[in-house]
Design a binder for this molecule. Structure first.
Ligand code: UDP
Length: 345
């Protein structure tokens, strides 16, 4: 019998790649999504790539009024776990609308817990973020990094959700919880059929670079050229979204293989830092396009350098990232070229 996994936010950037990886791994997949920042077309393409159907529950997981409906739908089949990605993710917007972020991201988690309890399933893989580490830690960041002071409401929702799930395990040791702390997901499925489809002006580096390369935007602003890094620009640990997706499947397998309940906080990154200038050069090489840029002021809240210690993921999940920067750029570029306006055209 194949295992049945709920994927909240399954139509989104990371969710769609996770769904394909699950289908390829022989899992049955049910997506809960309200398409607030995603497109139904993504799920059509997931089914094509994964060679299997995806059941959709179109609903807002953060909405109290939708819980009965979702629970009824979920209860129609046995559930063997959830991968919880539903939530809002724009740092700047979270500063402007903190209540919206707390309401949406925390309620989605609380409602998922209630639904999982009601259907008798105790396995949750949570989409957390390296942003939980906040400032003042030493690279590479280990899971035990000490500061744990996220610098914005978005990061705090990730931090609180991790703690909610940990408290859940403390209340009942049958729960199996993995908080996956993503570094910087980039790239796309090598088919070019699914990828990141940001609404409006992209906040993140790679989507912005890709839109400059394709001619949708004039030039990139490099936020800060005077950081104490090797070339003055910010350094991050970019991870191919395909690696991230396989990391979720590995986490799920780890939780299912445990004799007892457990909780684990695990970094998903490559362990390597890449600067903004290095990312620009790699993208230019791969796309054969020039990326005009201008160095501007630092973006408030940005850290100079962030990269992961990836030892724990290797130990617990027998997983490590395998795609390099060239591959990340090549796949991101293919997606951008094939879908210049995202899923809308
Ligand atoms: N960045 C930049 N220009 C942009 C977007 C990002 O120079 O238009 C830099 C940013 O300062 C950071 C890196 O690129 O050093 C990654 O930023 P991103 O927003 O993608 O991820 P973050 O690490 O901030 O979550």
């Amino acid at each position: 019998m194949s295992l049945h996994i709920l994927v909240t936010g399954g139509a989104g950037y990371i969710g769609s790649h996770v769904c394909v990886a699950l289908l390829e791994g022989g899992y049955q997949v049910t997506v809960i999504d309200n398409f607030s920042n995603s497109h139904p077309e993504a799920l059509e393409r997931v089914a094509k790539l994964g060679g299997g159907a995806v059941t959709l529950i179109e609903a807002d997981l953060a909405d109290e009024g939708s819980i009965d409906f979702i629970r009824q739908q979920v209860a129609e089949r046995p559930v063997h776990g959830a991968i919880h990605l539903a939530g809002l993710k724009a740092v700047g917007e979270s500063v402007a609308k903190p209540a919206l972020y707390y309401h949406t991201n925390i309620n989605a988690t609380l409602n998922l817990i209630e639904i999982m309890g009601a259907v008798g399933s105790n396995t949750i893989v949570f989409s957390s973020s390296a942003t939980v580490y906040g400032e003042g830690n030493k690279n590479p960041l280990t899971e035990a990094a000490v500061s744990y002071a996220p610098t914005n409401p978005y990061g705090r929702t990730k931090y609180y959700n991790e703690n909610i799930l940990r408290d859940l395990y403390i209340s009942n040791n049958d729960w199996r919880i993995a908080n996956l702390r993503y570094f910087n997901p980039v790239g796309a499925h090598p088919s070019g059929l699914i990828g990141e489809d940001p609404q409006g002006t992209p906040n993140n580096l790679f989507p912005y670079i890709a839109q400059v390369a394709v001619g949708r935007r004039e030039k990139l602003s490099v936020f800060g050229g005077d950081y104490p890094t090797r070339d003055g620009s910010g350094v991050r640990d970019y991870i191919h979204v395909q690696d991230l997706a396989s990391g979720h499947v590995a986490a799920l397998q780890f939780l299912h293989n445990q004799q007892e309940g457990c909780t684990a906080d695990v970094n998903l990154g490559t362990g390597k830092g890449v600067s903004v200038f290095e990312a620009i050069s790699a993208f230019e090489r791969v796309s054969s396009r020039a990326i005009p840029f201008e160095v501007t002021a630092r973006r408030p809240g940005d850290l100079a350098e962030v990269y992961a210690d990836v030892t724990l993921a290797r130990q617990l999940f027998d997983w490590e990232a395998k795609y390099d920067l060239e591959q990340m750029c090549a796949d991101h570029w293919r997606w951008q070229m094939q879908n210049p306006s995202g899923y809308n055209g």
